[in-house]
Write a protein that binds this ligand. Sequence first.
Ligand code: GLU
Length: 467
Amino acid sequence: MKLRFAPSPTGFLHVGGARTAIFNLLHAHRSDGQMILRIEDTDVERSRQHHAEQIVSSLEWLGIQWDEGPIYQSDRLDRYRERAEELVRAGRAYRCFCTIEELDADRTAAERVGKSYKYSGRCRAFAGADTPRDQQHVIRFAVNPGAIEFHDLIRGDVRFEAELIDDFVLLRSDDYPTYHLSVVVDDIDMAITHVARGDDHLSNTPKHILLFQAFGSVVPVFAHLPLILGSDRKRLSKRTGATSVEEYRDLGIVPDALFNFLLLLGWNPGGDRELIPRDDAGALFDLSDVNKAPAVFDAEKLLWMNGQYIMRMSAEQLEPHLRPFLAEGTPGLDVIRPIIELNKTRSRTLKELAAQMEPYFAGDDAVAYDDEAVKKHIKGDELPVRLGNLREALAAAEPFDATTTEAALRKLAESSGVSAAKYIHPLRIALTGKIASPGIFDVAVTLGKERSIRRLERLIKRLDELI
Ligand code: GLU
């Protein structure tokens, strides 16, 4: 089996495109086949080299490894021209000399009588004739009437009537191929056995089948992937959130989580299993199991899944992905390992994880107190005395571990007849500035005795202005 992912470099890698790449990759790997990466950049108006590079780097970031490529169609223009001429010689395509004005007039006339426009076939008379190559023209494919039928792995049996298909253009007047020509020439030359692509290409497929047949080549197996809808049940777009792989990376999604999430857009392994590591997916995935119905992109589920991946990753695995989210000058892995470990179970994104880690790197005199936290927990006349006692109790805790610090705090609460929460919340604000954090004794131990005491003393000093 040989499959291909064939993006057009007209923008960032869309999550729908990334899903197409994943489905192609997994189907190829299931049978020890191959996947090639082909950049479809023959539309010079819309294609940009930097988009091609961004797409390649997004695929790399997602961990999608192709076996061949990237192959740029713009390097193969002569090949498309050569094959179009072959069809002209065989009488399957013809030169069309109609001018834009003539075509426009036909189109207006059709519109006036409420008919949908179709090329008149005026130049079809030239099919098989020896026509001049130096006069401005396009090359059109001569579509013969009849049914075009194929079995789509996802959509099932599909049938189109050739009568409804125009004599479509293969080569434009500037000698550039249309998408239809380049895609089929390449799929033949690259020996593609399976074409999995978005549903939006379904109406192009009969044209492609006619071309495969005209070239005398085997028609590949097709699989048209269902549309991806946003939370508004319309085609996924900027309206309802991010659409590119880069944006999700910048929001702090880890590649394995995005891979897993996209894999489940239109496919599931049966049962309610949701976390499917990519190494397992290869053995389970089959294009024929993909749903026909559109898939809905549930951003909340992606965040949940990302949290599950972050929680399961080691500090070593997380660190390279996390690094761009940490402030410059943040210490190396050896120092931050315990801080990552402590916070990773509470973060849905790398951005959140980085924000939660921030108080540990702040100077002890620079912890920013969250207003809401202060309003809720920094009050009462007894607080100065209470925190003074807590300071003493913590200073005496030896060794300074989670057990001794917790025991010290609870004993103090008991002896003063108030709940432990009356000590815990202010302590959390002293140490992290925040209303929520990992277990506060773990936080204290991670900071160490000296820094914890210093932070507590600072809060005590500032109580006058806070209460
Ligand atoms: N280049 C086309 C696109 O980006 C895909 C063509 C194909 O897979 O056949 O939509």
